[in-house]
Design a protein around this ligand. Structure first.
Ligand SMILES: *Cc1c(COP(=O)(O)O)cnc(C)c1O
Length: 413
């Protein structure tokens, strides 16, 4: 590798290949086998709380099946955190259901429980029906305030689907994220806390829910000698090869989580003297984020070198190393974008080979979802204008963090 510092890259422990070799030796290269069940057992032990875990092809697939398990269908409404990655919302649309987007509160950046409460009351008044589910998201690893969220969910008796894709290893009141809802979602995509190259899991409340999830994940086949189907199914199970990578990653999961917390503490110590830069942190002792990404807010008043040219050129490739194909944007600007000082810092860092990224743009400001109902208090949009994600992965060393901090300082006027 060159001397670039990337936002996040997963790291192999060396143990993955052992499990993959076993899979090849025993010809278990299909979506079942000892690595799949072994990985699920590892995850159940890791999460605690007596949950059943079903390994799937992605976190998005897990969200999709979780919604199906909760009975979400055409025309149903689902409350969902607006400040998130699009994958929290897309599966609601796969089902023809209606996402109702709820804004954040400033401490966790996650769903505002009192806004959720009044939004549910308003949906009931407007539609005569209660929403079918509440999708919470532990953004950048920060747990939701589950004291407040679960109180509202309990009051209305609406099940929670917890999107903990970014929060593997985070906890709230010493309970691990992914276990707070009726169902929970984990992701093992190439940029998450641990990876299976691509994959995810649905955390289920019990054995029968897990069996039902497996049934939907394997084309909804009924028990006959021939193929018999009464429902639409999906091909969402994790392969035994990918699960082998997952088992290898589980041998170092605690180490990686500790590394991310160290990375965050190091940034905290060294960014503290910088005026106008605020590191996002655990609001109080109930929260223990995995700090999957360390993120900062930049004061709009902070003057930064290169601000005047910040939006002078279109971004020509996808920002970030995760790959995939992006369509070219139609213009340099959209009607909701990071402040010029944030973009100037991003460009200034990129010139020094340091990858940063704006915060996730709220879903109620995304053209694809803007026509759906939203309950907004301005928090997520204000965060998006001011925020930036810093390099945080297992490859980011103290020396790398020093370079990030030094470059950031040099950009402030
Ligand atoms: C990554 C991510 C997902 C989707 O997980 P995949 O495994 O990539 O499908 C869902 N929600 C959030 C918040 C994510 O960050």
């Amino acid at each position: 590798m060159d001397n670039r510092i990337l936002l996040r890259m997963c790291k192999m422990s060396g143990n993955e290949i052992r499990y993959i070799n076993e899979a090849f030796r025993d010809e278990w290269v299909v979506p079942l086998g000892p690595n799949v069940s072994g990985f699920e057992k590892d995850l159940e032990a890791f999460l605690g709380e007596d949950k059943k875990v079903v390994a799937l092809s992605s976190g998005t697939a897990a969200l999709h099946l979780g919604l199906i398990d909760l009975g979400v269908g055409e025309g149903d409404e689902v409350m969902v955190q607006s400040m998130t990655f699009s994958a929290s919302v897309n599966p609601i649309r796969y089902l023809g259901a209606v996402p109702v987007l709820v804004d954040s509160e400033p401490l966790t950046w996650n769903m505002d429980a009192s806004l959720l409460d009044s939004a549910i009351a308003d949906r009931l008044e407007k539609t005569g029906r209660l929403p079918k589910a509440i999708v919470t998201v532990c953004l950048y690893g920060m747990p939701n305030d589950y004291d407040a969220i679960l109180k509202v969910a309990g009051k209305w008796n609406i099940p929670v689907l917890e999107d903990a894709a970014e929060a593997f290893g985070s906890s709230f009141r010493s309970q691990r994220c992914g276990t707070f809802g009726e169902y929970g979602v984990l992701s093992f995509n190439g940029n998450k806390m641990i990876t299976t190259s691509g994959g995810g899991a649905l955390v289920c409340p019990d054995e029968s829910a897990a069996r039902k999830t497996m049934y939907y994940a394997t084309q909804a086949r009924l028990g006959y000698a021939y193929y018999q189907h009464e429902e639409v199914g999906y091909n969402y199970r994790m392969s035994n090869i990918c699960a082998g990578i997952g088992r290898g990653q589980m041998t170092v999961a605690e180490e990686y989580i500790a590394h991310h917390r160290h990375r965050h503490a190091y940034y905290r110590e060294h960014l503290a003297p910088l005026k106008g830069i605020t590191l996002h942190d655990n609001p109080d002792s109930r929260f223990d984020s995995n700090f999957w990404l360390s993120t900062i807010l930049i004061d709009p008043e902070l003057r930064v070198k290169g601000e005047d040219d910040a939006y002078s050129a279109a971004v020509t490739q996808a920002i970030g190393g995760a790959g995939g194909v992006t369509e070219a944007g139609a213009s340099v600007h959209t009607d909701c974008e990071p402040n010029t000082n944030v973009e100037a810092i991003r460009i200034g860092m990129a010139k020094e080979g340091i990858e940063t990224r704006p915060l996730w743009k709220p879903m109620h400001r995304q053209p694809v979802f803007s026509k759906f109902p939203s309950y907004v208090n301005g928090v997520s949009e204000s965060l998006f204008h001011r925020g930036l994600c810093l390099p945080s992965g297992p490859y980011v060393s103290d020396a790398d963090a020093d370079r990030v901090i030094k470059t950031l300082k040099s950009l402030i006027r």
